[in-house]
Design a binder for this molecule. Structure first.
Ligand code: GDP
Length: 176
């Protein structure tokens, strides 16, 4: 319609975390509402999604690392002016969880200049319950320590995929 480009809020949200945790899958699944293609994805730069939540029309520009995280070359330009950061780990690979403290939180500290930035911890791949290496309680405890929102999800089953983005967007809207 003629109004399809109007929105109440526009937010920049980043996805970060180790390679292979499912960042690109999460983004593509959210954008396309599909789980068809669960092959490894070459990182995209960013995608735009318009949605209505909390009675407001939102435009979310969601940035993926485009595989740069493998070389630890994310710099201040990636973090600039982000209102939200989603930190993703794989519940079946414990090192992806410990790296959130050892690597990613330090990088946010160093590069994210927006002190009002809302953070969310997301444990992905809960469909692989038998291979789980990080408990939900551990995830919740780390989120509490860093003052983050927290969710577990599965791109494979679509569980909580939309909720990850909606919850962080709702929280960003509360920032004065
Ligand atoms: P990225 O490097 O963090 O962007 O990770 P990718 O999105 O490329 O995903 C890495 C691998 O994990 C791919 O083979 C995906 O198909 C797979 N994957 C992503 N999400 C899930 C999930 O929820 N469950 C399972 N079982 N596999 C997943």
């Amino acid at each position: 319609s003629a109004h399809s480009n109007t929105y109440d809020y526009s937010f920049k949200i980043l996805l970060i975390g180790d390679s292979g945790v499912g960042k690109s899958s999460l983004l593509i699944s959210f954008i396309s509402n599909s789980t068809e293609d669960l092959a490894p994805t070459i990182g995209v730069d960013f995608k735009i999604k318009q949605l209505t939540t909390g009675g407001k029309r939102l435009k979310l520009t969601i940035w993926d690392t485009a595989g740069q995280e493998r070389f630890r070359t994310l710099t201040s330009s990636y973090y600039r002016s982000a209102q939200g950061i989603i930190l993703v780990y794989d519940v079946t690979r414990r090192e992806t969880f410990t790296n959130l403290s050892d690597v990613w939180a330090k990088e946010i500290e160093l590069y994210s200049t927006n002190k009002e930035c809302i953070k969310m911890l997301v444990g992905n791949k809960v469909d692989k319950e038998s291979e789980r290496a990080v408990t939900k309680e551990e995830g919740m405890a780390l989120a509490q320590e860093y003052g983050c929102l927290f969710l577990e999800c599965s791109v494979k089953t679509s569980e909580n995929v939309g909720k990850c983005f909606e919850e962080i967007a709702l929280k960003i809207m509360e920032v004065p």
